[in-house]
Design a protein around this ligand. Structure first.
Ligand SMILES: [Fe+2]
Ligand SMILES: [Fe+2]
Length: 363
């Protein structure tokens, strides 16, 4: 937030080495309503505290010790907080080249030496009005920015809520899959984090991953809920969940749903091109799909399914390592293996046993 946005008090920075001139200008400033002078005789002393120095208007003499006024203006302008502050240069001569140099450096006005009382007061008052207008604009810009941020956050929250409810709907028939999707989403997040995926996409992946199997709502219950191995025909039918999921999620303007659509469409593709539905290979498969494949298979292997009992973590990690470069993207596997400790922590936090206990506690 911009400072001093609510009061009408102005701090006038004065850099003048000549004690008499400085004193005269300080006195003149003191007579202007709501103005207070902050004086420096040496530009070096100002530079030492330039980052924390708060001022609304600056009046800088050209002839200063150690550094001339134009160089000082250039330096002040480098600080974002001072980039737009009105700066006046005080100069004894009317040398056009020097004035041009000062304007190029960022001066907005000039005062002639010796300072003339009426002119000085009029200039300073004009500049405080300019500073005041800048403050108001800046305050308005801050307010608008805040409102836009709030509106964006609300849209995002609404999107997330819809996604969450969609996930609940997809898990309604088979509540046992709830923990699988939670673990799988967290595994995806680990891999994405290890690969250095940007914060925004990483959050989208974590929120979108639980929808990877949403297409199963379009597959008959007798196949999805079947307790036992699937026939070839049933396997073919269930594999359609990738295309169905993609068609449910596809075509949205919302980035989160776009990521969800990509994951749903490609989480069964394989690095070597032997996956489905399209047989994509290598980097033809979107990164989010490659990440989801590792996370999904690991969780499927380490949990009991109607047709098989759970593998140990050692067996599942070995399987991933063995299939890195054939079934899976080797960089995704390497990232996952690196985070083994956290993988096991996630398994503990979202265990199927915990889900059973929670269901029992509500019974
Ligand atoms: Fe799937
Ligand atoms: Fe899955």
């Amino acid at each position: 937030m911009t400072e001093n946005t609510t009061d009408n008090h102005f701090r006038i920075l004065l850099v003048e080495d000549d004690p008499t001139n400085r004193m005269i200008m300080e006195k003149l400033i003191a007579k202007i309503p709501n103005c207070q002078a902050i004086s420096f005789a040496d530009p070096v002393a100002l530079i030492a505290e330039i980052e924390t120095c708060r001022f609304d208007v600056a009046i800088i003499d050209y002839q200063l010790p150690n550094l001339n006024g134009v160089d000082l203006i250039r330096l002040i302008r480098k600080y974002p907080a001072h980039a737009d502050k009105p700066i006046v240069m005080v100069t004894a001569d009317r040398d056009t080249d020097r004035r041009l140099e000062a304007i190029t450096a960022g001066a907005v006005d000039f005062l002639n030496k010796p300072v003339e009382v009426v002119e000085f007061k009029a200039r300073v008052m004009n500049l405080t009005r300019l500073a005041d207008a800048q403050r108001r604009l800046s305050a308005q810009a801050d307010m608008l920015k805040h409102e836009v941020e709030q509106a964006t956050a609300e849209v995002r929250a609404r999107g997330e809520e819809i996604v969450h409810r969609l996930i609940l709907a997809s898990e309604y028939k088979d509540f046992g899959t709830a923990m699988h999707t939670m673990r799988m989403a967290h595994f995806c997040d680990l891999i994405a984090g290890e690969l250095g995926v940007g914060e925004e996409l990483r959050t989208d992946i974590k929120l979108a991953a639980p929808m990877h199997d949403i297409g199963k709502v379009g597959i008959p219950d007798r196949i999805v809920l079947k307790r036992g191995p699937l026939t070839d025909e049933e396997r073919k039918e269930i594999n359609r969940h990738t295309d169905i999921g993609a068609s449910i999620l596809h075509g949205s303007n919302c980035r989160l749903l776009q990521v969800a659509a990509e994951i749903a469409a490609t989480h069964h593709e394989r690095w070597d091109g032997t996956g489905y539905p399209k047989g994509l290979r290598g980097e033809q498969i979107p990164l989010v799909g490659r990440i989801a494949a590792v996370a999904d298979v690991f969780d499927a292997l380490t949990t009991d399914r109607p047709y098989k009992s759970a593998w140990t973590n050692d067996q599942a990690f070995d399987f991933l390592a063995d299939k890195a470069g054939s079934e899976f993207d080797p960089t995704c596997v390497a990232a996952f293996l690196k985070r083994r400790g956290e993988v096991e922590e996630i398994q503990g936090r979202f265990s199927d046993q915990k889900l059973t206990e929670t269901i029992k506690s509500f019974a």
